[in-house]
Write a protein that binds this ligand. Structure first.
Ligand SMILES: C[S@@+](CC[C@H](N)C(=O)[O-])C[C@H]1O[C@@H](n2cnc3c(N)ncnc32)[C@H](O)[C@@H]1O
Length: 289
């Protein structure tokens, strides 16, 4: 059985006594070498992955939004969560991955699915809710992106976003350390970390003059998982993709993974039941027009 609990902190608004946020790092965009998203692997942790979206949706103060878009909808799990909260609303899911969208379409033929990069999305009409769960960390240039997404929000509507905010964790640092080894450095040089997710204060400043009301917070979920290999499985379908997709074949990918696993075994030693505590920090933003 998996257990999860969360440690909440509300920081990020300037003028509070909270400590300054460290700079955070994310990885570069996808390249063509690796197959499309591994959605069965991604769905392995679907309960844990669903929780931040539920926590975000719970905070959105909209009575009866009509037009909703889910940017980076994946297989439609977050879209389905939106549907449960607002069953009358018209839903569009947008994603750049054909594999994710094929699964989404299979489960919910009646909703609209669009294959597009978020950065290329040009809304036909404004939306009452522009929603994105666990996707915008892949999209560069948040100084331009966030005001642009907010401009697609109808009067009285909201932009609601959740992103991983975990880039200084031992898991991320372990991958970075392995990638810097001479064996990998040549192939993985282009995977050097790129700053996409910014400190919370950045989003406050980007949106404060546009939004009538802003809610920004962070939550650290403390996930109890089945040992360091579960940590590997978690990151393999998300952050590790930036490294794996730059390696030429499965043999090298497996070798890279095993070396990362050896690092995770040091950072996340299992307890006497074989479990490890795997903290995962997320950032949440709800901006109302
Ligand atoms: C971690 S999944 C989240 C899926 C879904 N929102 C959920 O909560 O289950 C991230 C999704 O974002 C999509 N994605 C990543 N970068 C994207 C981009 N630039 N444009 C569109 N979709 C993107 C991926 O294809 C993937 O389906």
């Amino acid at each position: 059985m998996q257990f999860t609990f969360a440690r909440e902190s509300s920081r990020g608004v300037p003028g509070t006594s909270n400590p300054p946020l460290e700079p955070l790092y994310w990885f570069g965009q996808t390249v063509e070498l690796m197959p499309d998203w591994d959605h069965p692997l991604y769905l392995k942790f679907s309960d844990q992955r669903a929780r931040p979206a539920a926590d975000l949706i719970a905070q959105i103060q909209l009575e009866n939004p009509q037009r909703l878009i889910d940017l980076g909808c994946g297989t439609g799990n977050s879209t389905a969560q939106l549907h449960r909260r607002w069953p009358q609303a018209s839903l569009t899911g947008l994603d750049s991955s054909p594999a994710m969208l094929a699964q989404a379409r299979k489960d919910h033929l009646d909703w609209q699915w669009m294959e597009s990069a978020i950065e290329d999305w040009k809304p036909q009409a404004s939306c009452d809710l522009v929603f994105s769960n666990a996707a915008l960390h892949w999209v560069p240039d948040h100084a331009v992106l966030f005001p642009r997404l907010f401009s697609a929000v109808a009067p009285g509507g909201a932009l609601a976003v959740q992103m991983p905010y975990n880039f200084l964790s031992p898991a991320h640092q372990g991958m970075k350390k392995v990638a810097a080894r001479p064996e990998w450095a040549g192939m993985l040089a282009s995977a050097t970390e790129t700053l996409f997710v910014q400190p919370a204060a950045f989003y406050y400043h980007a949106l404060r003059k546009l939004a009538s009301n802003l809610n920004i917070w962070e939550t650290e979920y403390l996930q109890i998982v089945d040992g360091p290999r579960a940590v590997l499985d978690w990151v393999r379908s998300t952050a590790m993709r930036a490294y794996l997709e730059r390696l030429p074949d499965d043999q090298q990918r497996r070798r890279f993974e095993e070396q990362c696993l050896a690092e995770f075994e040091k950072s996340y030693p299992p307890d006497d039941q074989g479990k490890v505590l795997f903290p995962y920090r997320r950032m949440f933003i709800v901006a109302y027009r």
